[in-house]
Structure formats: structure tokens, C-alpha cells
Design a protein around this ligand. Structure first.
Ligand code: TTP
Ligand code: MN
Ligand code: MN
Ligand code: MN
Length: 377
């Protein structure tokens, strides 16, 4: 009979993109605790350490059973001394002193509130905290100059911190698809992000738009956005060129393809109750019979991709973020390739590798295909 340690050690790759991570997490108590620590590490501008905690949590998420002792964990990848100490404390004492004192700290509490504002990143939150701003009320009276995004984030703070349900995601999908097809017949919409991975709730809803004929998708985003705007569905929107690409290390890509890759970060006005119905009351003040407001604000991300890049866009926008990160690490370190949401570049052959499906991309990278529902690392 094999020991527990052996069974576990045989099957755990250090790359999350080689592991099948479903939504069933047998170690949520431990991963919840570990996931607080990256927050803290990143706040102290220690991104490497933050990533280490994320990787450790991802290994625990993958395990087929609840962990009861740290013995079988020794020898697993990504679990460093620090993570093991936190796990051991929780298993022995029911809580980790480090995690509990983090949770109690004023700094952490303030970070959670301020970081929960749409448009506020860790750096801004940190600056505000150092200026003595801890909560929403003081921020509003502080004289800090807020961006348009941050003002919208404050206005819809409660709604945006309320998880989005699958029914709401589908309702938004119907609205977006109708708008896309009406401004560009034949346009295709795909649900991406966490909901494509099977999550039951999300912090937003993400959609990929494309058209089967290359080039027809050009200019689609502004058209969709103004259609949605004229129909009264948008409380906020910011359309940008894809700057995500530029921040990645990789070979320079032709600017023509970059110009076409557009995304829109938006806040939708979604009517309550009759999800699925795309009807808009037009009266923001009206209440439902139960006394709720008749609509709520929902964060929605849209991205438009030319069909030639749509497999890469689909893969890159399905997540999880750690899974994506690990795929790029695998590509770079093990295959000397550069993967982005646009393309796969082989640095030895000095050429781009084409792919028209996610399956092909995994194959080009020498990876076993992992379906979206098992990318929840
Ligand atoms: P998110 O919507 O941030 O995350 P999620 O959908 O996995 O989870 P949640 O329920 O919290 O919304 O990001 C989805 C994917 O989009 C993620 O894999 C990263 C990718 N992405 C980009 O590729 N470029 C971008 O500019 C952004 C914002 C996200
Ligand atoms: Mn499992
Ligand atoms: Mn999302
Ligand atoms: Mn998103």
C-alpha cells in the first residue's frame, strides 16, 4: 500500500497549466487564509512573494482531499516554508496568527474597502491610506481628485461589491449579443472569464466579440458601445486599445493587429427580476414590489478580436489569472515561446505559430488540453 505522500507527489506538476483544477476546493479554509497574504505582500511591493502565496494556494486547491497534516505536503511543489507554517498553524490551532493579525490590521481593512472601489488599484489605495483616508466617507470629502472611473466606482460601490449571478451574466449576454449583431450582422459573442470556467458568481461579466470574416470586426467596439449607450444600458464605459499586450515581455507585434484589439470596461444598468428580458424601464427611480430599486449596476468587460487571433483571445481571457500566468511561464521557460492573448511566437524558429482553437494552442505548447472548467487554479 502506498502512503498518502507518495500518491500526492506522483501527480502534482509545479505548473498550474498542467493541473486540472476544478471549482471543488477541498481546502478552502487554507486557501482563503493563504489568499490574504499575497494582498499583504503586494501592498508592501513584494510581488514575487505574493505570487509565491498564490502558487501555494493553487496547489492546495488542486488536492483531491482535505489536508489534515503537513507531512504529505512536504515535497509538493510551490509550498515554501512560510506557506507550510501558515497551514500548520491553521491545522493545529484553528487559525494562523499572521493571517488573523493581518485581518485585524487597520491597513488591511482600509485596503479592502478602498481596493473594492472600481478604478482603484493597490498603489492608489496605498497612497490614500498613507494620506489618512481609510473609508469611503472621508474619501468623498478629502479633496482627492478622482478619475471618472473612480467616481463611478464610488457611486455604484454597493452594487459592484455584490456578486454577479449566472442569470445576470446571461441577461447581460443577451443584451450585448443583440447589440453586436444589430450593428454587425454575423458577429459572434462568447462568454469568457470566470463564468466560462463554470463559476456560479463573478465580480464582473466578460465577453469576447469577433466576426468569422477577418477585418469585419474592425470598428465593432465603438459601434456596440454607442448602441448600448443609446439604449440606456451603460452607466459608465471606457474603451481602450489593448495596453495589456504592451506590458508583456515578448517580441514586438505588428501595430496593425494591435490597433484592432479593443476592449471596453463598463458598468451596466441591468433591470432586476426579469433577467433575460432586455426591456429597459428608463425610470431609474422606480422600485420593484419588494421595495428594491428596479435595476442594479454590473461590471462588464468586452473585448473585440479579429478571428485570426480569437483562439488566443479566448484562451487569454478565460483565466484564471494564475492559470494564464503559468501557461506563459511554461511557454517561456520550457518551450522558448512567447504566449499572449494575441499570438504565440516561437523564438527559436523566429516565427508566429497559427492556431484556430484552444486545443491547437495547448498542442503547440506540448501541453495536454485542459478544459475551461478545470482552469480554476
Ligand atoms: P477577470 O474578469 O478579472 O477575472 P475572472 O473572470 O477570472 O474572475 P471574476 O469572477 O472575479 O471576474 O479577468 C478575466 C480574464 O481576463 C483573466 O484571465 C485576465 C484577462 N484579462 C486580460 O487578458 N486583459 C485585461 O486587460 C484584463 C482586465 C483581463
Ligand atoms: Mn478537486
Ligand atoms: Mn470576470
Ligand atoms: Mn473582467
Amino acid at each position: 500500500q502506498r502512503s498518502e505522500a507518495e500518491v500526492v507527489m506522483i501527480s502534482v506538476s509545479s505548473y498550474a497549466c498542467q493541473r486540472r483544477t476544478s471549482l471543488i476546493n477541498h481546502n478552502a479554509v487554507l486557501t482563503d487564509a493563504l489568499s490574504l497574504l499575497p494582498h499583504n505582500a503586494e501592498l508592501n511591493e513584494d510581488e514575487g512573494r505574493g505570487l509565491a502565496f498564490r502558487r501555494a494556494a493553487a496547489v492546495l486547491k488542486f488536492l483531491p482531499e482535505p489536508v489534515t497534516t503537513t507531512t504529505p505536503l512536504r515535497g509538493l511543489p510551490c509550498l515554501g516554508e512560510h506557506s507550510l507554517r501558515v497551514i500548520e498553524d491553521i491545522l493545529q490551532d484553528g487559525a494562523s496568527r499572521e493571517v488573523e493579525s493581518t485581518k485585524r490590521s487597520e491597513r488591511f481593512k482600509a485596503l479592502k474597502v478602498l481596493n473594492g472601489i472600481f478604478g482603484v488599484g493597490v498603489k492608489t489605495a496605498d497612497r490614500w491610506i498613507r494620506a489618512g483616508i481609510r473609508y469611503l466617507q472621508p474619501l468623498q470629502g478629502s479633496g482627492e481628485t478622482l478619475s471618472r472611473a473612480q467616481r463611478a466606482g464610488l457611486r455604484y460601490y454597493d452594487d459592484l461589491n455584490q456578486p454577479v449571478s449566472r442569470a445576470e451574466a446571461d441577461a447581460v449576454g443577451e443584451i450585448v449579443e443583440k447589440a453586436a449583431v444589430s450593428v454587425l450582422p454575423g458577429a459572434r459573442m462568447t462568454l469568457i472569464g470566470g463564468f466560462r470556467r463554470g463559476k456560479l458568481t463573478g465580480h464582473d461579466v466578460d465577453f469576447l466579440l469577433t466576426h468569422p470574416e477577418e477585418g469585419r470586426e474592425e470598428g465593432l467596439m465603438p459601434k456596440v458601445v454607442s448602441r448600448l449607450e443609446s439604449e440606456g444600458f451603460l452607466l459608465y464605459q471606457k474603451t481602450t486599445r489593448n495596453s495589456y499586450l504592451e506590458s508583456e515581455d515578448g517580441p514586438a507585434r505588428s501595430s496593425s493587429s494591435m490597433d484592432r484589439f479593443q476592449k471596453c470596461f463598463s458598468i451596466f444598468k441591468l433591470s432586476r427580476g426579469e433577467e433575460g428580458g432586455a426591456e429597459q424601464t428608463g425610470n431609474g427611480e422606480s422600485l420593484t414590489p419588494s421595495g428594491q430599486e428596479a435595476w442594479r449596476a454590473v461590471r462588464v468587460d468586452l473585448v473585440v478580436s479579429p478571428v485570426s487571433q480569437s483562439a488566443f483571445a479566448l484562451l487569454g481571457w478565460t483565466g484564471s489569472k494564475l492559470f494564464e500566468r503559468e501557461m506563459r511561464r511554461w511557454a517561456r521557460r520550457e518551450k522558448a515561446m512567447s504566449l499572449s492573448s494575441h499570438a504565440l511566437y516561437d523564438t527559436r524558429q523566429r516565427r508566429y505559430l497559427r492556431a484556430s482553437s484552444e486545443e491547437e494552442i495547448f498542442a503547440l505548447l506540448g501541453l495536454e488540453f485542459i478544459p475551461p472548467s478545470e482552469r480554476n487554479a
